[in-house]
Design a binder for this molecule. Structure first.
Ligand SMILES: Nc1nc2c(ncn2[C@@H]2O[C@H](COP(=O)(O)OP(=O)(O)OP(=O)(O)O)[C@@H](O)[C@H]2O)c(=O)[nH]1
Ligand SMILES: [Mg+2]
Length: 292
């Protein structure tokens, strides 16, 4: 899935892009939308992989798209900047903690009726209207906080508009990752950080974009496949191969937690947690599936 990083100029989109994908941002390429892949860490896949020791382990991933920021002073260019976001499947709106969070979120999430509240002029309103198409996509607000924001709750007014809003010290965490592990620990404890939040932020983005995974297991490959929440077993089969979807009859399904508890497909059968599901079965996050 392609997820656009949106927000005002200087809000930290490129910093977040670098931190989450490991790809160095190229300011020139952001003009067209620079793409970088981020694998979603998943302890369940780690456990399956440790158990089956497959030749290959493939996690789910997302493609983040770094985009040029919206301008406050030269707003006429904003529609062009927004156009880059049109063919993404979802948006992460990066907000700068030092600016007015509400104003940023209203502008980016397009609350047309709120334009007047913020005293926007005609050009500004036009820019906001061009966001309208974008707001049908799943979206998540990510507040780029500095050192001073660590451990502080986000403002209640922001959480009212964007209840799932996340806070992350992106620049700091990016810098920490560039340190040797032993130095990193020292710096982290000085800052009151216990662990990197990168994995959790990626999982939160993934889930906010309505993505779930199902697993396929075996000695060749253990793999997490992405599905939109609500997709069925045939659509799942289609992610693996169109042929599998075309000749889909049934799927063998065991939920991850059950599999973890009983340890094998065989045991799953004797413990009554093994199921045969048909075409319309709505795949659940963590399902281990074998398509028949
Ligand atoms: N002090 C401070 N500086 C930051 C923070 N996050 C990013 N920066 C710096 O602010 C500048 C802008 O950050 P970028 O990540 O390039 O912002 P951007 O949203 O990509 O900006 P545009 O591409 O111009 O829209 C860079 O020099 C960053 O290193 C932060 O939390 N605190
Ligand atoms: Mg940038």
């Amino acid at each position: 899935m392609k997820i656009g990083l949106a927000g005002f100029a200087g809000s930290g989109k490129s910093t977040v892009f670098h931190w989450l994908t490991g790809v160095k941002p190229d300011p020139g390429r952001a003009q067209q939308g620079q793409s970088g892949n981020a694998k979603i860490p998943d302890e369940r896949l780690d456990w399956l992989s440790a158990k089956f020791k497959p030749k290959k382990t493939t996690p789910a991933s997302i493609d983040l798209i770094d985009t040029p920021g919206l301008l406050i002073d030269e707003r006429r260019d904003n529609p062009r900047r927004l156009a880059i976001l049109r063919d993404t499947g979802g948006l992460v709106v990066v907000l700068q903690q030092e600016l007015n969070l509400l104003q940023q979120i209203v502008a980016v999430f397009e609350k047309g009726q709120s334009a007047a509240t913020f005293g926007l002029n005609e050009d500004e309103e036009k820019a906001i209207r061009s966001f309208q198409l974008l707001t049908l996509k799943p979206e998540l607000a990510l507040v780029n906080i500095g050192d001073a924001g660590i451990g502080r709750p986000l403002p209640a007014e922001l959480l009212q508009l964007a209840p799932k809003a996340l806070a992350a010290p992106a620049k700091l965490e990016l810098e920490l990752e560039e340190l040797a592990p032993e130095d990193r620990q020292v710096f982290m404890s000085d800052l009151g950080l216990t662990a990197s939040s990168r994995g959790q932020v990626l999982r939160d983005i993934y889930s906010a974009m309505n993505q779930i995974v199902f697993f396929t297991i075996g000695e060749d490959e253990c793999r997490a496949w992405s599905l939109d929440r609500g997709q069925n077993a045939v659509e799942g089969a289609g992610k693996i191969h169109t042929d599998l979807a075309d000749r889909f009859v049934r799927a063998e399904v065991v939920g991850y937690d059950d599999f973890y508890r009983v340890g094998s497909m065989k045991e799953a059968k004797t413990h009554g947690v093994y199921r045969l599901e048909g075409k319309t079965y709505v795949v659940q996050d963590g399902d281990i599936m074998h398509i028949l």
